[in-house]
Ligand binder design. Sequence first.
Ligand SMILES: Cc1cc2nc3c(=O)[nH]c(=O)nc-3n(C[C@H](O)[C@H](O)[C@H](O)COP(=O)(O)OP(=O)(O)OC[C@H]3O[C@@H](n4cnc5c(N)ncnc54)[C@H](O)[C@@H]3O)c2cc1C
Length: 430
Amino acid sequence: MRRERVVVAGGGVGGVEAALALRDLCGDAVEIDLVAPERTFVYRALSVAEPFGYERAQHVPLGRLQRSHGIRVRRDTLEEVHPGVREVVLGDGSVLGYDALVLALGARQEAWLQGSVCFTGPRAVGAVREVLERMATGEVASVCFAAPTVSWTLPLYELALLTASWCAERRLPEVRLEIVTPEPEPLALFGRAAADAVTGLLRDRGVGLRAGELASAGTVDADAVVTLPLLRRTPLPGAPADDAGFVPVDAHSAVTGLDAVYAVGDITDQPVKQGGLAAQQADAAAAAIAHRLGRPVDPEPFRPVLRGLLLTGVAAAFLRDDGDGASEAAFDALWWPPTKIAGRYLGPFLAHEAHAGGTPMLVDRMAPTDAERAARDRDEVRRMAADLARAEARWGDHHAALHWLDAVERLDGVLGPELGELRSRCRAAL
Ligand SMILES: Cc1cc2nc3c(=O)[nH]c(=O)nc-3n(C[C@H](O)[C@H](O)[C@H](O)COP(=O)(O)OP(=O)(O)OC[C@H]3O[C@@H](n4cnc5c(N)ncnc54)[C@H](O)[C@@H]3O)c2cc1C
């Protein structure tokens, strides 16, 4: 008897989450083929910290999915969909049949402001480093951070706050930093609590804010400009697309007008292009596919909950908005494991790959009721964990040192340069 086969196209956030969710919901009887051109999943969201001397963003070989979850990984591209006969054509010309197909091909990043450094992820780390070096020599005395849309702007705030910390550490107080964004308030998508918390953070760090403005529509007075990219799509043959090239989907991630084809993440017409939401769409697609293949699974629709971990250069801020007006901001983890991309399966998978242990599925947590006390406790735990890591490393117990370093990372979102270097030394010594 032929085994049921699900093809997942794309090895990024949506694709990996969909494959992991499918394995959990459909069991081992279904074949899962993941088609992606790259060998490695790159944790792009963490690359914002790299220019400032933090550790390189996590890289996980996609082959691990094969070993740990029996997901077959094909290094190829998907070129065409033939929904009538349930087949896809790959870059090498081969044809794959499917019972269900998940499109998680992401979007193309485009620069939109001439003369600016467009932060697209790991490839742009060097360009931001260059701006920092020019700040250190005094050649750059003002930097503007500009967002093109009101969609996913969190990395821009991280770049501005991390730059502010970087300047403070080097005693460069005369450098002027400013964010220009079309959002009515900072990170307005996350609601009131987040907007207030981020407004306070920017004020405390001396980062200026021009909200409700588009940098390309006016004049910006700055020696350097850092922007986030615009996202675009070229339609995929065989799949529908809206005017901007994005694939229209319903709440179960089913592609409009096609049978057994689902799309998740940045490729879809969902307006906010964010990893956590891509993962939630992937979970909805996996549930719908499991239901369709006769598994006793409730096909739960996509009900967006926005979760964002904001790197600030000091403690990480956790932001959450459940879409029903409940907005929360805390410096303590609002979900566990406290990963930057909050995917139900992807978060624990990445935490496990980083040897940080954790739960099998991402779970939400409440914000602490006494925030000041929680902040004091957190500082104490961080200091203790960092001291113990240094001590264990000195005594030669590198395993123990790595555990303490994981604890610091969970508190701050990323390890700072000194502890990051200690981690590299401990790993090398094992
Ligand atoms: C700098 C930066 C910081 C970010 N910070 C955060 C954050 O803190 N939190 C958060 O939740 N989100 C964050 N995001 C957004 C998040 O990374 C994206 O929304 C998310 O990666 C979208 O997932 P996706 O699977 O749709 O696309 P991607 O993750 O981009 O994956 C697309 C995949 O499809 C593959 N592909 C492309 N074409 C083909 C083809 N023809 N055939 C087969 N495979 C193909 C690609 O190679 C890739 O593997 C950030 C993004 C950036 C750039």
